[in-house]
Design a protein around this ligand. Structure first.
Ligand SMILES: Cc1cc2nc3c(=O)[nH]c(=O)nc-3n(C[C@H](O)[C@H](O)[C@H](O)COP(=O)(O)OP(=O)(O)OC[C@H]3O[C@@H](n4cnc5c(N)ncnc54)[C@H](O)[C@@H]3O)c2cc1C
Length: 415
């Protein structure tokens, strides 16, 4: 029986209210359209998800959520959200998960750009950019990493030159998730090459269509092309699109990264829990639960998922006590990503060669690139490798934990 924490009467009242709202408003067929919570990387069941999202039931759900201000609900009320705090968001997400219905999100616009705009933008910029994220007009991708600058993000070379009331951008970005579905990119570029490394950067919202940005898909080892590289040769954006002011991009980018790492800490265990029980079922079917070593490793996986649950509870308890999350975001990210790699290896060891011929999932991006079919567990094995790299590698998370949680001396390389 999972442990529950008492989060106080207000949160319990919210849990009841939101659960009632979901039960009353979810279209009946929605839960059966697709597995909305399959814990796979972008791209795996992308086609199935895209088909489900095109279904009229999804549209109805989206409209009802929008009317109830439950799209970007964590944003303040004055910018179109519902002002849900992190605790209420965790309760909301868990209620959706338990009901088997999706949380309609606006991707990076909602989770990364929006929060950075809310903190750093002018009132005019907020009034222009935020409603366009909520109604789905602007779909963002993240133009941070470059061929020589991933962990060392402050070193980005992409140049931004101010020209009248515009900024002209030239350079190369890489590993940009979902770039082929986005129409806007938030770009970190160097607008003052003479300034100190962190100081000469700007955070610019750049339109992608007909703007001298060549997007080339990169094929991943799972077969899909869910991320891309971009060759930017003089893309233009109005100065109005610079968030936080010229030369202030590092601060804005740090807000973005804080949101990226901490985002799902409180509910991360939910999808892994279901995936684990699916694998236990597979192990039973293949007669592998009689093997003591497999049993031991499955028990280890169960412990890990329970530890994720406890970490989530600790985060929730902190939030209930009005404490801001600290390095918990890095601890959580490290925990789920390292777990998932080993879990993928366990799945392979259970299934052996039959994994290659197992239950298959289509892969490939929605533009039809890359196609193919992988067994579900084969896909988990391959794509879980990415989890310890994106949103900051495991080594970077360990640095954060060492410095901010344990108070160890600062890593010289990070500057
Ligand atoms: C699936 C996926 C999706 C991604 N999506 C995006 C995206 O949408 N937008 C975007 O901008 N980027 C994206 N990335 C890129 C990602 O942010 C970078 O890959 C990541 O930050 C690491 O940078 P890098 O690849 O340049 O590796 P490097 O920084 O070159 O690191 C190489 C190795 O050195 C280690 N290392 C580096 N610095 C240190 C240090 N100071 N201390 C200890 N070890 C260190 C790293 O841990 C790693 O093992 C994505 C990556 C993946 C895998």
């Amino acid at each position: 029986m999972p442990v529950q924490v008492d989060l106080g009467p207000e949160v319990e009242a919210f849990r009841e209210e939101i659960g009632g709202w979901i039960a009353a408003n979810r279209p009946s067929e929605l839960a059966d359209l697709v597995d909305w919570y399959a814990p796979l990387m972008a791209g795996s069941n992308r086609r199935a998800l895209a088909a489900a999202e095109a279904h009229p039931a999804y549209r109805t759900w989206e409209e009802r959520l929008a009317q109830a201000r439950l799209i970007c609900p964590q944003w303040p009320e004055e910018v179109g959200g519902r002002g849900l705090n992190a605790l209420e968001m965790a309760v909301f997400q868990e209620a959706l998960y338990r009901a088997g219905v999706p949380r309609v999100t606006r991707g990076m616009g909602e989770s990364l750009v929006g929060p950075s705009i809310i903190v750093h933008a002018t009132p005019e910029q907020k009034a222009y950019f935020l409603p366009r994220i909520i109604d789905g007009t602007d779909r963002y991708c993240q133009g941070f990493s470059e061929p020589d600058h991933g962990s060392d993000l402050a070193g980005v070379d992409t140049r931004g030159v101010v020209d009248g009331d515009e900024v002209t951008i030239t350079g190369q970005k890489v590993w940009t998730s979902g770039a082929m579905r986005a129409n806007m990119m938030f770009v970190l570029c160097r607008t003052d090459p003479g300034a100190a490394k962190h100081r000469g950067l700007s955070y610019v919202l750049v339109p992608m269509a007909d703007n001298h940005i060549e997007v080339r898909p990169i094929r991943q080892m799972g077969g899909a092309s869910e991320f891309c590289e971009e060759f930017i040769t003089g893309a233009r954006a109005p100065l109005f699109n610079v968030i936080g002011g010229l030369g202030n991009g590092w601060r804005v980018a740090m807000t973005t990264l804080g949101n990226e790492r901490g985002g799902r800490a409180a509910v991360a265990h939910l999808s892994y829990e279901r995936e684990l029980w699916d694998l236990v079922e597979v192990a039973r079917k293949h007669g592998r639960t009689r093997d003591p070593l497999i049993r031991q490793r499955l028990a280890w996986a169960y412990q890990q998922v329970e530890l994720m649950r406890y970490s989530g509870l600790r985060l929730l308890a902190n939030l209930a006590n009005q404490r801001e999350p600290g390095p918990e975001a890095s601890i959580s990210k490290l925990q789920w990503s390292e777990y998932h790699r080993l879990f993928g290896e366990l799945a392979v060891d259970i299934l052996g060669a039959s994994m290659l011929a197992g239950e298959s999932v289509s892969v490939g991006n929605t533009a039809g690139e890359g196609g193919g079919a992988l067994g579900r567990w084969h896909e988990v094995l391959l794509l879980s490798r990415a989890g310890t790299i994106y949103s900051g590698t495991s080594e970077i998370q360990r640095n954060v934990i060492a410095e901010r949680a344990l108070g160890l001396p600062k890593d010289q390389q990070l500057g």
